[in-house]
Design a protein around this ligand. Structure first.
Ligand SMILES: O=C(O)[C@]1(O)C[C@H](CCCOc2ccccc2)[C@@H](O)[C@H](O)C1
Length: 144
């Protein structure tokens, strides 16, 4: 059975509480619950990790080596800053899809650059929570 890890970066634990205009009204728990139900349907194991700390995300990615088959990651603000998380993903060589709730290319200029997109299997941005579900469907397809 395939193991898929979902990683969410800083402040995404605040989803549903602030900035609904950018990120909608679903909480991160709501999003993960929907993914877990989908994972059961796809017969894959889903692991969920959220942290506001860069080093914790780096260490979770390192720990995924030899355990995880695919990563779905919303790096949040680290999208635009973190060479450390980029390097961790490049080192473990686990395929991943980058997800953003908002369309980062329709927002402030600093959000248009990602340290991850060129390494990703694909990028989904601007579709809200369904972006995670689409990423899970794509991951399952790629693992067949
Ligand atoms: O659109 C996305 O998913 C982002 O990754 C979200 C990040 C922000 C996550 C913070 O989310 C919050 C949610 C509710 C309240 C405050 C922040 C942002 O820095 C990226 O540019 C795009």
């Amino acid at each position: 059975m395939a193991n898929i890890l979902v990683i969410n970066g800083p402040n995404l634990n605040m989803l549903g509480k602030r900035e609904p205009e950018h990120y909608g009204r679903q909480t991160l728990g709501d999003i993960i619950e929907e993914l877990e139900n989908l994972a059961d349907d796809y017969e894959v194991r889903l692991y969920n990790f959220q942290s506001n700390a860069e080093h914790e995300i780096v260490e979770r990615i390192q720990a995924a080596l030899n355990e995880i088959d695919f990563i779905i990651i919303n790096p949040a603000a680290f999208t635009h800053t973190s060479v450390a998380i980029r390097d961790a993903l490049a080192t473990v060589k686990i395929p991943f899809i980058e997800v953003h709730l908002s369309n980062i290319h329709k927002r402030e200029a600093f959000r248009t650059h990602s340290y991850f997109s060129d390494l990703a299997e694909g990028v989904i941005a601007g579709l809200g929570p369904i972006g995670y579900q689409l990423a899970l469907a794509a991951a399952v397809e790629k693992l067949k």
